[in-house]
Design a protein around this ligand. Structure first.
Ligand SMILES: [Zn+2]
Length: 407
């Protein structure tokens, strides 16, 4: 299996300068090959990579960049080019590849060689060929037997440097159980963030403080003279506030998705092209949609890693349908309770939806098999509302859970 691990780098001033120089040189190499690509029809990544040794004969500075790094620059250009060609073929109107300006190119990648992780007297350092050793904040270990395949060095708009290690582990993911026992349906709702069939409702993360700080920084930026030193400094602060917001949100989503992937054999969710979002006003729809997409992507790969079934189901009608009898009733957004006129079943709106999602998920999984019927799960007796803060602090919504039945 392949994973990406991201770590903060703490380069010295000298090395920081070298990293910036390398990024900028790679950018120029990218633009150089883009120019060639626009003039010659018959080039490929492979044929252009073979030009690199000749290029070094007159572009002497390139000798200061590791050869695998330069090859990756060419590969990156041709990857972008083929993505563009694919988009064009699928009928979208798209222009040409653009030259990369200074702020548009921020990373370079070592592949297979030219890097090493070293540990001397408790301090982990990343050694990079042609650059040197950089202290790295190793806050979580790599999996056992992990083989580092690539190292991408990246400068964020905040000015901070990161290393993204692309690692491969020999073990195959665990088998998914033939008959899943612990099954859960999750409705990513609007008032609560996630509402599951076990009766746990996790609140949405309160990021209003972070958002306010970001807006204040943006206001300050607009008052500074564009391009001045003060403006540059303020621009860095704005980038920092952005990063802060993003980090908090991702941390929460990581913990929540870890919980579901680890605790269950089957996780059912609504497919991302989700009908529920249509009901939201424009801006919050974008925001909710983005967070939802990130959550589902995390959940999917974590389920794969843990040997858990991940099923994304058709979302249409999950709130209207009655989880007990299956009859559909129209329900405007503000009606928070499901009350079935046909069979009299009443439940929280989101919980009823989560239950429908799980039923669809179990059905979908069963369709691919001949006989095995997944285990029926009993109806829960109540709902526990868990603040997002607790997920962030305890790493899971179900630790220190209150007795069920309370809200
Ligand atoms: Zn009913």
């Amino acid at each position: 299996m392949n994973y990406n691990y991201r770590y903060r780098l703490k380069p010295s001033d000298d090395i920081r300068e070298q990293l910036a120089w390398t990024v900028d040189t790679c950018r120029q190499v990218y633009n150089h090959f883009l120019h060639r690509l626009n003039r010659h029809d018959d080039t490929s990544a492979y044929s252009e990579q073979k030009q690199l040794p000749d290029l070094k004969k007159w572009w002497n500075e390139l000798k200061q960049v590791h050869s695998k790094v330069l090859q990756k620059v060419v590969k990156r250009l041709y990857d972008n080019f083929s993505r563009l060609a694919d988009a064009k073929n699928s009928g979208r109107r798209i222009g040409q590849l653009k030259w990369k300006g200074e702020h548009e190119y921020r990373s370079f990648t070592y592949s297979q060689s030219g890097f090493k992780l070293k540990n001397t007297s408790g301090q982990t350092r990343l050694w990079l060929s042609k650059i040197g050793e950089i202290p790295i904040t190793f806050y979580r270990d790599l999996p056992d037997n992990a083989d580092i395949k690539t190292v991408t060095v990246k400068r964020e708009p905040t000015g901070k440097w990161y290393a993204i290690l692309g690692v491969e582990t020999p073990d195959n993911p665990p088998e998914k159980p033939e008959t899943p026992k612990r099954c859960v349906g999750i409705d990513v709702g609007i008032l609560t963030y996630a509402h599951d069939t076990d009766g746990t409702a996790v609140g949405s993360l309160d990021l209003s403080d972070e958002r306010e700080r970001l807006e204040r920084a943006q206001r300050d930026l607009s008052r500074k003279e564009h391009g001045s030193n003060n403006w540059e400094e303020q621009r860095r602060i704005v980038a920092e506030r952005h990063a802060d917001l993003k980090h908090k949100r991702r941390d929460f989503l990581h913990k929540l998705s870890n919980h579901y992937a680890r605790e269950y054999d089957l996780v059912a969710v609504e497919d991302l092209d989700a009908a529920g979002l249509v009901e939201l006003p424009g801006n919050s729809r974008t925001r909710a949609g983005a967070a939802w997409g990130t959550f589902l992507r995390m959940l999917k790969y974590k389920c794969e890693r843990e040997g858990t079934h991940f099923v994304a189901v058709e979302p249409a009608g999950t709130t209207k349908e009655c989880a007990a009898c299956g009859i559909s009733t129209d329900k405007p957004l503000w009606v928070r309770e499901h009350s079935c006129p046909a069979c009299g079943f009443t439940a929280d709106r989101d919980w009823n939806a989560a239950w429908n999602i799980l039923s669809r998920g179990i059905k979908r999984l069963g369709e691919g098999r001949s006989e095995s019927t997944p285990v029926e799960t009993a109806l829960p007796t109540g709902i526990t509302t868990v603040p997002a803060k607790r997920v962030v602090e305890a790493g899971s919504p179900t630790l220190k859970r209150e007795p069920s039945g309370e809200r």
